[in-house]
Design a protein around this ligand. Structure first.
Ligand SMILES: *Cc1c(COP(=O)(O)O)cnc(C)c1O
Length: 358
């Protein structure tokens, strides 16, 4: 930190994104990207004319994209907010809906960016432990005091709450915003977006980064009551009104139109996930019940950090969390069938080697 930096940020610890190493080609199962390319419509949507139009600012209202998203989710465009990735939306939401008396409440095991946003905006956290089986303790979030953030399905566990459980949380918090981060909802969990019309305190946050194969495009959106969306717009227009570029807006529209392709990719990933779970269980792994495009796994007698390191040596990257409660586990993104076969083969070898040496 330079001596010029605002003292307010003395203790700020920035978020650490998953590694994107450049030393060699890895089988990347560490950051929950899609193994499939964006849809053919997306690949074709950036014409020379569209590139030429880059001399003009993008539409700060994002009207065309919002209209297509609204139609897709059976809402109105006033219920839709778009931004430069869903992390950007989470940032605005912490600014808008927490602070002062209002703490941010979320589980101790969840997306590790939330405490960073809280810290950045001087928001106090009310962190609740997960249950012993790694599920979210729904009753802990029924205080009507805090800004509640639920990742559904949760990360890195992959475990989902039902829409009814989300409804219970919403009913118990009529005076507070409940943000449901649905980054992984397209892999088999129930979305809460149909509750938007019913609950003025619900904000559903979604991203193009995972199920729509567009992590590099940086596009996220939120669905919510018109008044909540207007709050987010106020903050966006006070920060960077053009924060979604023209090409990304075109890409976002093309991706919504290619619904069948997207549904097929999600289907494939769910199928590969089930095959991977079975193979891991057969090797003696405990696998938490996942509705996401990753699995969270551990095995008695196999150190989590060791598995991560030995796989990395073999050119396969998974995600290990050093936090003591999670250190036995690894999070493994579901890739293609071929990638998972290579992963399973390597894990089998590692287990055999460790068993032979003891
Ligand atoms: C990946 C992820 C995000 C961030 O998505 P971007 O749109 O790429 O910024 C948000 N929340 C959770 C829980 C995620 O895993």
């Amino acid at each position: 930190m330079s001596r010029f930096m605002n003292k307010r940020f003395d203790t700020l610890e920035a978020y650490t994104p998953g590694e994107q190493p450049k030393d060699k080609q890895y089988i990347k199962l560490n950051t929950n990207e899609s193994p499939y390319p964006p849809s053919p419509e997306v690949l074709d949507c950036i014409t020379k004319d569209k590139m030429g139009a880059l001399r003009l600012y993008s539409d700060p209202e994002g009207t065309a994209l919002k209209e297509e998203l609204a139609t897709f989710y059976d809402l109105r465009k006033e219920n839709v907010f778009i931004s430069n990735g869903s992390d950007d939306i989470l940032n605005f939401a912490f600014m808008a809906f927490a602070g002062g008396e209002i703490k941010a409440s979320f589980p101790d095991v969840t997306y590790s960016f939330y405490p960073v946003f809280a810290d950045l905006h001087g928001v106090t956290c009310d962190v609740k432990p997960l249950c012993e089986d790694f599920t979210i303790a729904v009753d802990d979030y029924k205080t009507n005091e805090h800004f509640v953030i639920i990742t559904n399905p949760n990360a890195p566990t992959g475990i989902a709450l039902s829409r009814e459980e989300i409804r219970e949380i919403l009913l118990a918090n009529p005076d507070r915003v409940v943000l449901v981060d649905e980054a992984y909802v397209d892999f088999g969990a129930e979305s809460s977006c149909s509750l938007v019309k019913e609950f003025p305190n619900l904000l559903v946050v979604m991203t193009y980064s995972k199920s729509r194969s567009l992590a590099g495009a940086r596009l996220g959106f939120a669905l919510g009551d018109e008044a909540l969306i207007a709050d987010l717009e106020t903050l966006k227009f006070s920060t960077n009104p053009y924060n979604v570029n023209r090409l990304t807006m075109e890409i976002g529209r093309a991706a919504i139109r290619s619904h069948a392709y997207f549904a097929q990719c999600s289907e494939n990933i769910m199928k590969t996930r089930e095959e991977t779970v079975q193979a891991l269980q057969a090797m003696g792994f405990e696998v938490l019940p996942s509705k996401a495009n990753f699995v969270f796994i551990r095995k008695d007698g196999l150190d989590g950090g060791y598995l991560y390191e030995t796989l990395k040596d073999r050119g396969i990257l998974i995600r290990h969390f050093s936090k003591p409660a999670l250190a036995e586990f690894n999070r493994v993104t579901i890739g293609t069938k071929e990638e998972m076969d290579a992963f399973l083969k390597a894990v089998r070898q590692i287990i055999q080697e460790t068993e032979a040496s003891t």
